[in-house]
Each structure stands twice: as structure tokens, then as C-alpha cells.
Design a protein around this ligand. Sequence first.
Ligand SMILES: C[S@@+](CC[C@H](N)C(=O)[O-])C[C@H]1O[C@@H](n2cnc3c(N)ncnc32)[C@H](O)[C@@H]1O
Length: 209
Amino acid sequence: MNNFDRIAPVYDLLAGIVFGKSIRRAQTLFLKEIPQGGHVLVLGGGTGWLLAELLSLNPNCKVVYIDASLKMVEMAKKKAEGSNNVFFVHGTENSVPRGIEFDAIITHFYLDLFGQESCTKVVSLIRSSCHHRTLWLACDFMNRTWWHSAMLCVMYRFFRVMTSLNVREFPEWKKSIRQSGFVEISSKDFSKGFISSALFQLGGVSGQN
Ligand SMILES: C[S@@+](CC[C@H](N)C(=O)[O-])C[C@H]1O[C@@H](n2cnc3c(N)ncnc32)[C@H](O)[C@@H]1O
């Protein structure tokens, strides 16, 4: 299993250096679509900067925040100080509490941590915690051209060394989400198409944007 503890203190800085402001714009794009006071599942949430944004836009939402890195969870807890609405879990997709049907799922730069087969399994696991109109906010890399492949190759090597991440194939994460019954109702590209921020909904109407 991967371990992001080592790079947790510098993760946001590195992301900012490589992708500038676009990586944050991509991740916050659809936050306002989450229903006020809704149940939100954040998987692989990282340092928690996005959690702070979510809580300021939607102070009454009830969040389950899961990350496999203890350091990341500790950092995220500090960002949510003062809010009693976040349940932090040091764990993985297998730790999602049973019995909650989430109104929104957030997986930013998370599904790319799995090969295709595992990605599809993880998506279907998450799907089992959704109701018939759940929103899924997913922001991740795309592999559309030669330089995207080159960047992914460099990044996976970096993460293999720093976190023991062992992914050999980049997953078609949008396809996995669609195959589980979600419809992509809106999306926007960032960083020359290397990053896509997408909003899916179960049973949604496609082609709204
Ligand atoms: C690439 S970082 C993205 C962090 C954050 N979502 C962002 O975009 O800034 C991936 C995060 O997922 C966590 N992670 C890795 N594997 C995981 C798993 N199976 N379940 C939950 N979290 C995981 C890592 O610890 C790390 O914090």
C-alpha cells in the first residue's frame, strides 16, 4: 500500500509549483453544487485545504473525510478546527461507514492511484454508498496526448519513489464512473487538457454543459 506521510508537509507546495493556481481552481469548481447541509464523502482528501473551502461554502454539511495517510488526516483536522461536522477516518475506501447514503462524493486526484481493474472495483464500492441522485465531483489527470503520457510517466516514477505507489497503467477513471451508472453533467479542462474537473450525477441528464 502507498504511504503519503513523507510528502504530506510539502504536497500542496509541490502541486502549486507544477500546476499553479489551476489545480485549486479545478478542485473547487463544483463545490457550490453540493446541497447545503448534505452528507459528503471525501476520499483521499489530502492536507484538507479543500475541506476548509467546503466548510466555508457549506457550513452545515456533514463530512466523512478519509485518507490513508495519518499525516494528511492530522493536517486536515487542523484545517477544520471549530467544526463539529467532520468525521475523520485514517483508512481507505474499505473504511467508508456503512449505512450512510451520501449526497456528494469527492475524489480529487484519487482514482489515478489505482490501475484500471482496481479503479472499477473502487468506483463500484463507492457507488454502494450513494442514493439515486448522488453527485460525484471528480478531478483528475487525463491521458489524451503524448506529453500527458510523458508527464504521467514522470509523476508515477516520483510517487513510486516517495510513496511506494505502484500503478502500472493509468485508469480511464471517467469511464469507470460512467459504467457505474453516473452521467457526466458538466466538466471543464485545466492545464491544457491534462486535468479534467467533472461533475457526475446518478441518473443525471447528460449534455447540460
Ligand atoms: C495525490 S494525493 C491527492 C490529495 C488531495 N485529494 C488533493 O488533490 O490535493 C492522494 C491522497 O490519497 C491518499 N490515499 C492514497 N491511497 C488511498 C486509499 N486507498 N484510500 C484513501 N486515501 C488514499 C493519500 O494519502 C493522499 O493524501
